[in-house]
Structure formats: structure tokens, C-alpha cells
Design a protein around this ligand. Structure first.
Ligand SMILES: [Zn+2]
Length: 346
């Protein structure tokens, strides 16, 4: 057994030092040659050994033969490679360079998590049009024409080449994911449980907490006899799942959005300080996160639903805000910076 191990070591050394294919062939003959190879000779003695000796020596001899053969073949490949022919040494035993795998953007990670939670509650996930028109973005959602509420959304208008284009057909980049509410209702009959995660655009000057492009997740349920209690329950269940807490305290404050009535701002107790006050909750103990409310009957009318047959609730939560809270990001502009030092952390 010792002889075999020594022969193997000797062979591998010689192979390593060989610098031409003819030398490699000579080494092959020396160790593995059919008649007088050094390893071959030992293998030829095997039949004359006792059963016990055969059992111990046989597998080792085969292994040594295999190792030497492989080293010989690798060496020939290395010697024939362009690297070797240009004089550079190619070490086939060096570990490879692991290709770098890309990273998912934190918004993508948060969006997927939010989708999974709502899917588990029976919601369908829809994608939306980012380029929309005033009809779907505002008018179908019960915004009166020339109402100041439209101005507060700082909408990006797209240049329209058509002459005499109607107000409702003017194209805009969507200012909120709510632009999909009526569009989806038009193509489906209740009961509906839908979320629409996606990008929104507003012509805002940017700072640490404002960005012209941000991510929202719209959600709505439409059925008969849906109440505010269903709204609170659904959003509480979401917050519990997202923040992995057994209990989450929420409160509703009145809020005005033309497409809901009554409209609310849903706040929840700050998870970071437990309600005592910290910079995240601006010392109030509460985090404002989700504008929501009961869907206005005029929105159902826009979708062609019969009057007063259905009720429902809608909410629009900021995915960007959720990502900032989850990862402790204090400047919203980092998300769109394209800076890999930021992206590589996720
Ligand atoms: Zn706090």
C-alpha cells in the first residue's frame, strides 16, 4: 500500500513538472504502461494475493491508476491550451472565480412580500398602466372637473398632439395607483379583492422624504355589505404579518380623498419605540401610513355598477415608505440613485 501511495506521489510530481506532451506520454508509459508500468506491475500481482489482501489493495490500486490517468489527461489539455502556448501557465487546480449574482432592489423585495401577504388573504395582484389619462386618474374617481384636489397631486401631463382633445382624454403619468380602480372594475364583476403595486409620478421637488417617482400599493375589496370593520381588520392583519407582530394598534383619523366616503388616514403605533416617541414617528408614537376609506358610490357608477348595490373599501399604502421603515433608510432619493453601493446591501 505504501508503494502505491509513493508511486502516486512520484507520478503526480513528474506530471506537474512536465512541459511537453511527449514527456507526459513518457510518464504514462513509465507508470501505467501495459507491460512494465510501475503501477501496472503491482496490479498484475493482485491475483496471486490472498482474498483479504486483495480486498485492501484492489480498490486502492484502481484509485491510484485513476488519479494518475486524470492528472495526465488534465496536463495534456493544459499544455494544448492557448494560455500555455502563449507562455502563460494555466493551473487547472485553481478554484474558479464565482460570477457575481445580482441583487434585488429593496422596493422589489418589499413589493413581493406585500403581494404574498395579500395573496394569502385571497387578493389578486394586478399590474397597472403607468401612462393613463385624466379620466382614470381623477374624473372617474369622483374628482370634480377643475377641482383644486386635482392640483394637489402635482401631475405630470404628457404633451398631446391631437387638436381639440377632451379634458378626460388628456394623457398623464399616473399620480397614484388608484388609476386602476375603475379600469379593473369595468372588466370584472364583484366580489373583487385586488391589489395593484406599482410606480407613481408627481412633479415634486425632491428632498430626503420626497421623490418624483415612488411606489404605492393600491388595494380594494368590492362586495355586498362590506363595512369599515372589514377595512380595519384587513389592514391590521396586513400590518401584523408585515411587521411580524402578534398585535398592532391602529387608529383612524378623518381624511379627505374624493374617491372614498368616509375617508380615513390609518395610523399604527410605532413599532420602533412602542409608542413612546422616536425620530421615525416624529415623537408622536404613531406612524401615518395608509390613506383609505369606503369607496364612493360615484366610483361604482363610473365603473357601470348599479347604484347602491355594492359597498367596498380602498386603500393606498406607500411601498417606498414601507421599505424605508423596514431597512432603516432615511433618504428616499437613494432608491432611484442607481448607486450600486446602495443596491448591493440587499
Ligand atoms: Zn417611534
Amino acid at each position: 500500500m505504501q508503494d502505491l501511495q509513493q508511486l502516486k506521489q512520484q507520478a503526480l510530481n513528474e506530471i506537474r513538472n512536465a512541459n511537453s506532451t511527449s514527456t507526459v506520454e513518457q510518464i504514462r508509459i513509465k507508470f501505467l504502461g501495459r507491460k512494465s508500468g510501475l503501477v501496472t506491475k503491482i496490479i498484475q500481482t493482485l491475483p496471486s494475493l490472498s482474498v483479504d489482501q486483495k480486498k485492501r489493495l484492489g480498490p486502492l490500486a484502481n484509485q491510484v491508476k485513476h488519479n494518475i490517468n486524470q492528472a495526465l489527461n488534465n496536463k495534456i489539455i493544459a499544455l494544448k491550451s492557448p494560455d500555455h502556448q502563449t507562455g502563460e501557465f494555466f493551473d487547472t487546480t485553481l478554484p474558479g472565480i464565482r460570477p457575481e449574482i445580482g441583487h434585488l432592489h429593496p422596493i422589489t423585495l418589499v413589493s413581493r412580500e406585500v403581494e404574498e401577504i395579500f395573496k394569502s388573504m385571497g387578493f389578486q395582484v394586478h399590474e397597472g398602466n403607468e401612462l393613463t389619462d385624466l379620466h382614470y386618474n381623477f374624473l372617474a374617481l369622483n374628482f370634480p372637473k377643475d377641482h383644486p384636489a386635482m392640483d394637489s397631486y402635482d401631475t405630470f401631463f404628457i404633451e398631446n398632439k391631437e387638436k381639440d382633445i377632451k379634458l378626460e382624454n388628456k394623457r398623464v403619468m399616473r399620480a397614484h395607483t388608484s388609476n386602476m380602480q375603475v379600469k379593473i372594475m369595468e372588466s370584472k364583476k364583484p366580489p373583487l379583492r385586488v391589489i395593484v403595486p406599482g410606480r407613481c409620478f408627481r412633479n415634486e421637488s425632491t428632498d430626503a422624504s420626497h421623490e418624483h417617482t415612488f411606489y404605492q400599493c393600491e388595494g380594494f375589496i368590492v362586495d355586498e355589505k362590506i363595512s369599515v370593520a372589514n377595512l380595519i381588520y384587513t389592514l391590521k392583519e396586513f400590518l401584523k404579518a408585515y411587521f411580524k407582530k402578534d398585535e398592532v394598534k391602529v387608529r383612524l383619523r378623518p381624511g379627505y380623498f374624493p374617491f372614498v366616503e368616509p375617508g380615513f388616514e390609518l395610523d399604527f403605533e410605532c413599532m420602533i419605540c412602542g409608542g413612546k416617541g422616536c425620530p421615525v414617528c416624529k415623537q408622536t408614537g404613531w406612524v401615518e401610513l395608509i390613506p383609505c376609506g369606503m369607496i364612493q358610490q360615484n366610483v361604482f357608477k363610473s365603473a357601470g355598477y348599479p347604484k347602491n348595490k355594492y359597498t367596498g373599501f380602498a386603500f393606498g399604502m406607500g411601498l417606498t415608505r414601507l421599505a424605508m421603515m423596514k431597512y432603516g433608510i432615511t433618504d428616499i432619493r437613494l432608491f432611484m440613485s442607481g448607486d450600486l453601493r446602495f443596491n448591493n446591501q440587499f
